[in-house]
Structures are given as structure tokens and as C-alpha cells.
Ligand binder design. Structure first.
Ligand code: ADP
Length: 434
């Protein structure tokens, strides 16, 4: 009996120690697996067969770790997708927490507000130093779901690293869940160009109405006077009818210019651009103005330089005619008697250059950048008196751009004005006539 106990006790102790060691190894594996899962990493399956509660624990751990890993993978995929979508958005998206710390900014927000990867976690008011943006954030943080803040704000241009122009932004702010909200998401949509176009359209309608009203008012006044008393007064009736005729011509010129500009701006103008010899077309335009120049006591000079007639550009003859008719017509209109209008041609390796210069009244420096705008005139009364519509240079600018050319102007009040048109040369050989 004593011998049996002497053998059994150590055997039992050894078996118990072996079991305890297996249990502790399995529990250690489960603990390490849980730690890895908690860190968002993958965990290996725990092996080893156990019965009872430990067996059940291993089973549940293995099943849950597969489930958790699948969820983590799906979560990571969703996160990546969201990043790509937000990164591709033209709108700037910014998220802040309740303490105004930056949680997220997409690529457009980085570009708009000058942010980068190091901005996340920093205070938004320090990163985006714009009172209207801060006001949008604060207002949104005071809202509760599902309310949203909507507004429009002006963002001054940044000085560095590169000077950026001022922008107009439409903003929509949505509070994050929570009461008070745990943060806010703001979406900024750049509407600068849209607002500028709206303003241009409004200005155009106001200007066009005014321009149409002026000759109409004259026509109405002359017609009323004729009907009242002047119809049978031979001394004045013819003169009044001539004035009406003049104003109708003016209205007609204005409407034709407006239609031409509208077609050009909507790309409906039908020009067939093909290889064209520029010099003969410019010369024809000059000759068409010779009588008018002579009547105004002006010298009209055409100087083709050493340019030969064969030099080609890619254009439509009618477009070229409109450009130079307008420029030469203006030069004659704004040059007093005894002056000179000169049309000179030259060439660079890639372009043909035509200069239309005059010795006329000139254009003040502050007006130079605006004369290509629709209806802009330095001296309204003078332009109207000379039959101008205020649209000629806007049409010229459009036509030159449609030919991929450039137009510039230089002027000195009292000394004269020079318009320089550069048109790219065509590399196609000319089709010889005859
Ligand atoms: P307009 O029909 O009034 O001539 P344009 O669009 O052709 O309109 O020109 C716009 C304005 O630019 C003119 O009203 C005039 O003030 C100025 N301008 C254009 N060409 C000349 C020029 N050669 N000399 C002086 N001023 C000019």
C-alpha cells in the first residue's frame, strides 16, 4: 500500500503539472491573440485540443477572431474608398472635433487653405485664419442634427507660398452626431467664377438696355415733335427725319454687334479656318478705309515690310476682315485731322505680327486694361457721336483668341495708340490658284 502511494503520488503530480502547462500555454496564446486583435492586427488560430470551459474558450476565440478580422478588412476597405472619393472631390471638405481640432481635410481643402498632412490634430482657427470660416465652424457646432448651416463667404487671397486670388465660397456645415455635436463637417464650393459670370451677365443686360434705350428715346422724341407740329414745317421736318434715320442705323449697328458677340461667345459663329494669305486680306481692309481717312484729313499708310504675300495663317477671311476693319476704323475715328494711321506687318519664327497704330487722342493708362470689355468706352459721349457701339474691341478680342492669337495695346494720351495682333503661322503649304 505504502509502495503504491509512493509511485502514484509523483505520477499524479507529473500529470497535473503537464496539464497546467498546456492550459497556461493555450491561455497565453489566447491572451496574445486578443492583444493583436486589440491593436487591429491579424491573429493566428489557437491550436490544441481541450475539453470543458477552456476548449469552449478556444473555440469562441477562434470563431470571433475570424469575424473580427473580416470586419477589420471591410472597415479598412470602406475607409480607403471614402478617402479616394473625398480626395477626388472638387469641393474642399474639412472636419473638426468639438475642441476645434482638425480631424480631416481632403486634397481640395489642402490646396484651398494651404494645409498638409501635419495639420491634422492641430487647432483649425490657427490653421485657417479666416473669421468667416471660423464663424461657419462655430455656427455649425451650435446646431444639432439634422440641421445644417449654409452660407457664402469671401476668402482673401493667400500671400504665400504663392500669391492666390481672393475666392468666393459657398459653404455647407453639418454637425457630427452628439448633443452638443462631437464636431462638424464643412464643405466649401468655389463659386468665384460663377458669381463673376453672373455679374458680367447682369452688367451686360443693364448696359445693353441702356444702349438700346438711348437711340429709341431720340427716335421717339423726333417722331413726337413731327406729329405735334413739325410735319408740315419744311424748315425742320427733313432734318428730323434724317436724325431718325441716323438713330435707326445706330440701333441696327448695335444689334448686329450684339448678335455677332453672342454667336462668338456661344461658339456658334461659323468660320471655316483654312490656310489663308494674310497680307492681301489686310491690304484690302486698308484700301476699303482709304476714302474715309482722306475725308478726315488723315494719312493712311500700309507697310507690309519685307513680308511676302505668301505667308500663311490658319483663319477665315471674314474673321480677319472683321478684326482689321474694327481696328483701322477705330484708329481713324480717334485720330484728329492731319494725323496718321499706319498698318505695319512683320514676322517671328512662329507668328505673323500686324500693328495698327495712330497718332490720335490715345487712351489713359487706367483705361487700357478695360477697353476690351463689352460696352467699355473711355469717352462715352465721343464714342456715341462717332457712331461707336462699344462692342468692337470685345468682338476683336474674341476673334483673335479663336485664331489662337494674341492682341495687346500700348498708348499714350495725346500721342497715339498701337494695337499689336499676333497670329500663329500655318505650316501647311498654300494651294496655288489658277
Ligand atoms: P467703340 O465702338 O466705342 O469705338 P470699341 O470697343 O471699338 O468701341 O472701343 C472701346 C473704346 O476704346 C472706345 O470707346 C475708345 O474709348 C477706345 N479706343 C479704341 N480704339 C482706340 C484708338 N485707336 N484710339 C483711342 N481710343 C481708342
Amino acid at each position: 500500500m505504502i509502495v503504491a502511494a509512493w509511485i502514484l503520488v509523483p505520477a499524479l503530480a507529473a500529470a497535473l503539472a503537464a496539464t497546467a502547462w498546456r492550459w497556461s500555454r493555450t491561455l497565453g496564446e489566447v491572451a496574445r491573440g486578443l492583444e493583436r486583435l486589440a491593436e487591429g492586427r491579424r491573429s493566428r488560430r489557437v491550436l490544441g485540443r481541450h475539453r470543458g470551459p477552456l476548449g469552449r474558450l478556444v473555440e469562441v476565440f477562434n470563431a470571433s477572431s475570424v469575424e473580427v478580422q473580416e470586419r477589420l478588412t471591410r472597415f479598412e476597405e470602406d475607409r480607403q474608398q471614402l478617402r479616394v472619393v473625398l480626395g477626388a472631390m472638387a469641393e474642399a471638405v474639412v472636419a473638426v472635433d468639438a475642441r476645434r481640432r482638425l480631424l480631416f481635410a481632403n486634397a481640395s481643402a489642402d490646396a484651398l487653405f494651404g494645409l498638409d498632412a501635419s495639420s491634422v490634430g492641430r487647432l483649425a482657427p490657427e490653421l485657417i485664419r479666416s473669421p468667416p470660416v471660423q464663424k461657419a465652424v462655430e455656427t455649425t457646432l451650435r446646431l444639432s442634427h439634422p440641421d445644417a448651416y449654409q452660407g457664402e463667404l469671401a476668402l482673401p487671397g493667400r500671400e504665400s507660398p504663392l500669391r492666390s486670388p481672393p475666392r468666393v465660397l459657398a459653404v455647407r456645415g453639418t454637425p457630427l452626431p452628439g448633443n452638443p455635436p462631437s464636431g462638424a463637417v464643412l464643405v466649401f464650393h468655389d463659386v468665384t467664377d460663377l458669381r463673376r459670370l453672373e455679374r458680367m451677365r447682369q452688367d451686360f443686360v443693364a448696359n445693353a438696355s441702356h444702349e438700346l434705350k438711348t437711340p429709341l428715346a431720340s427716335i421717339k422724341a423726333y417722331a413726337e415733335t413731327l406729329l405735334d407740329w413739325a410735319l408740315d414745317d419744311e424748315a425742320v421736318n427733313r432734318r428730323f427725319l434724317e436724325r431718325i434715320d441716323e438713330q435707326v442705323d445706330r440701333l441696327n449697328a448695335l444689334i448686329l454687334d450684339m448678335l455677332s458677340l453672342a454667336r462668338l461667345e456661344s461658339n456658334q459663329e461659323f468660320f471655316e479656318h483654312g490656310p489663308l494669305r494674310l497680307i492681301p486680306v489686310v491690304e484690302k481692309c486698308v484700301e476699303a478705309h482709304r476714302d474715309r481717312a482722306a475725308a478726315g484729313g488723315l494719312a493712311l499708310v500700309f507697310a507690309p515690310g519685307s513680308l511676302d504675300d505668301e505667308v500663311l495663317i490658319l483663319a477665315d477671311e471674314e474673321a480677319i476682315r472683321q478684326i482689321f476693319d474694327n481696328l483701322i476704323d477705330n484708329a481713324i475715328k480717334y485720330t484728329p485731322e492731319d494725323g496718321e494711321v499706319r498698318v505695319a506687318c512683320s514676322m517671328t519664327p512662329s507668328a505673323v505680327v500686324v500693328e495698327v497704330s495712330d497718332t490720335g487722342v490715345g487712351i489713359p493708362r487706367e483705361d487700357l486694361s478695360r477697353i476690351f470689355e463689352r460696352f467699355y468706352r473711355v469717352d462715352k459721349a465721343r464714342s456715341r457721336e462717332l457712331g461707336g457701339t462699344g462692342l468692337g474691341l470685345a468682338i476683336v478680342k474674341h476673334l483673335v483668341s479663336s485664331l489662337r492669337g494674341q492682341i495687346t495695346v500700348a498708348s499714350r494720351p495725346g500721342a497715339g495708340t498701337r494695337f499689336t495682333v499676333q497670329l500663329p503661322r500655318a505650316l501647311v503649304p498654300a494651294v496655288k490658284e489658277g
